[in-house]
Design a protein around this ligand. Structure first.
Ligand SMILES: [Cu+2]
Length: 135
């Protein structure tokens, strides 16, 4: 009986301590992707990025058969849905093999929308990826 009571206390303490901690910054990468029509846009960056540190973003384009798509003009539009944050639109430079790389920094902790704007010929594609930046 005492043993059981002790266990309940330990669990209660555990949940009190670990209720809703802010995510810890880490270097682990996250990869998210969206398919819009015939184009798949993948976004890769640090999963839980720290603010005001240089971040690398890798955009990968593939067509409906999984082949890499080169020749696109791409920029990212970094926005916070909660407030106007000024313009932060890094251009992604092509590296070949459907890969494009951009650099910028998150300037505030919280929810960011990473809007990837892709122009391929006359077509424009927009994919939105969500990232939470921490202090
Ligand atoms: Cu903000």
């Amino acid at each position: 009986m005492w043993h059981r009571f002790f266990l309940i206390c330990v669990c209660a303490l555990f949940f009190a301590a670990c209720g809703a901690p802010p995510p810890a910054p880490e270097e682990e990468l996250t990869r998210q992707q969206q398919t819009i029509g015939d184009l798949t846009i993948a976004f890769e960056g640090v999963a839980v990025p720290r603010i005001n540190t240089s971040q690398q973003f890798v955009i990968t384009l593939t067509d409906e058969t999984g082949q890499p798509r080169d020749g696109a003009d791409i920029y990212l539009d970094m926005k916070m849905p909660a407030m106007p944050m000024g313009i932060n639109r890094p251009i992604a430079e092509p590296e070949g093999d459907g890969r494009y790389v951009a650099y910028s920094a998150y300037t505030m902790e919280g929810d960011w929308e990473m809007i990837v704007v892709v122009r391929l010929g006359d077509d424009e594609y927009r994919a939105v990826f969500l990232v939470v930046a921490v202090e």
